[in-house]
Design a protein around this ligand. Structure first.
Ligand SMILES: Cc1cc2nc3c(=O)[nH]c(=O)nc-3n(C[C@H](O)[C@H](O)[C@H](O)COP(=O)(O)OP(=O)(O)OC[C@H]3O[C@@H](n4cnc5c(N)ncnc54)[C@H](O)[C@@H]3O)c2cc1C
Length: 385
């Protein structure tokens, strides 16, 4: 077993970290005003971030899964605007990956070049007012009619909703008796008549990623936009979610490292009772715990990257990773607030923002409770009922 990164991987990490550090100079402003950083997105697109895992023949950078993980971790570490990085997370791991894995040749030719060069931003629409963790309870309908499918319903909490150009939408094509075959996935351009962003939804953190509520009313999409065949939506979702869970964790690992380094620097400088506060065991142990979490999170992250590199299933590992990284990030950000005292709580420093940004990570892509359910099922614990 070789834990060393190759020279190429180390160079990629350095290159992305250097680039990422040029972003996010207005992170505090974007957080305060809840705005999407169009210039930052453009810069990332030009650097190749928007198309990182997309093959070169479709206009992307053609990064393999392990290199992608390393690049995304570096982006999360170097860019202090977590909201801006979350725009990329959703674009890549909630939209692009669906086209890559389940798109037909025609769909790939139609959608990937724009997604790769950043002229199109991706989003994913599953959640509804009455449908959260229970995916099979989706009520948005897709009714077959001449020329395609008519979508009707409401989707909420959709990241990138107000700025996205293309959505992967999960809708119902059969009643509940069809079980897992009752849902279908569709590629829906944002300018399709009948699709409207009803409102932007304000949130506690990751405020540089705009969140929207979408309304579908007589929204007709051609049959060619069906992703994975009619009735294949649940399978499309469950076979792709391991990418979202696994790869969205990468920038979170980067963030945890940045938070830890900030704390280590601070406890060496800040003096109380005549000594640096880092000399007090209570303070030092908080940071030691953070380091342990960081190392374990990174090991699991690279394992997921490696499994996907081998073309293997990583459902269990990505659920464990998602659970562990997001909970570690919340705990780490809270530790950073404690460690900085009042400075960690006021808005002069970005510490309080790190905490607000961290909390969302235990909710999206399946809450921590749902990850535990997935893990329990995959290790053979019987389901209730
Ligand atoms: C920052 C952010 C970004 C998001 N982006 C998107 C997006 O782009 N697209 C999209 O479709 N959705 C998005 N969502 C929505 C997200 O996927 C849902 O919030 C999530 O699936 C949980 O659904 P819910 O909020 O309705 O909670 P609920 O499902 O109502 O759950 C409420 C509570 O009950 C618990 N619970 C529910 N069922 C079980 C169970 N079986 N076992 C144990 N506990 C359970 C949950 O863990 C939670 O604690 C986003 C959410 C956030 C916070």
């Amino acid at each position: 077993m070789d834990f060393e990164l190759t020279g190429e991987q180390r160079a990629l990490r350095r290159r992305v970290e250097r680039f990422a550090a040029t972003l996010g100079t207005k992170a505090a402003e974007h957080d305060r005003d809840e705005v999407f950083d169009a210039d930052g997105w453009q810069a990332m697109a030009e650097f190749g971030v928007a198309g990182g895992p997309i093959p070169t023949e479709s206009g992307g950078a053609g990064l393999d899964p392990l290199s992608t993980v390393i690049a995304c971790e570096a982006l999360g570490y170097g860019c202090p605007d977590n909201g801006l990085v979350f725009v990329v997370d959703n674009h890549l791991w909630a939209c692009v990956i669906y086209v890559l894995r389940h798109g037909t040749a025609e769909q790939k030719a139609r959608f990937l070049p724009g997604l790769a060069d950043g002229s199109k931003i991706g989003g994913f629409a599953l959640t509804e007012p009455g449908t959260g963790s229970d995916v099979l309870a989706v009520t948005t309908t897709a009714t077959r009619e001449a020329g395609g499918y008519r979508l009707d319903g409401t989707k909420c909490y959709i990241s990138n909703g107000p700025v996205a150009n293309l959505f992967v939408v999960i809708a119902r094509t059969a009643d509940a008796s069809a079980g897992q075959r009752s849902l279908s996935a569709f590629l829906v351009p944002a300018d399709t008549p009948g699709l409207r962003v009803v409102r932007s939804i304000g949130k506690a953190g990751l405020r540089g990623t705009l969140m929207g509520e979408l309304e579908f009313a007589d929204c007709v999409v051609p049959a060619e936009n069906l992703l994975g065949g009619e009735g294949g939506g649940y399978q499309v979702f469950t076979s792709t979610i391991e990418w979202e869970r696994g790869f969205m964790a990468a920038p979170q690992v980067g963030r945890l490292r940045r938070i830890l380094e900030t704390c280590v620097a601070y406890v060496g400088e800040r003096q109380q009772f005549g000594h640096p506060i880092g000399s007090y065991q209570a303070v030092a142990h908080r940071l030691a715990d953070m380091q342990v979490h960081l190392e374990l999170a990174r090991l699991l992250l690279y394992k997921v990257g490696w499994l996907k590199q081998q073309g293997r299933v990583a459902l269990l590992e990505s659920a464990m990773l998602k659970l562990f990284v997001s909970e570690s990030l919340v705990e780490g950000a809270l530790s950073a607030v404690r460690t900085h005292g009042a400075r960690g709580y006021v808005t002069d420093l970005p510490i309080e923002r790190e905490l607000r940004d961290a909390v969302g990570t235990v909710l999206y892509g399946g809450t921590s409770d749902i990850q535990r359910n997935v893990i329990a099922r995959l290790i053979g614990v019987p389901e209730a009922g």
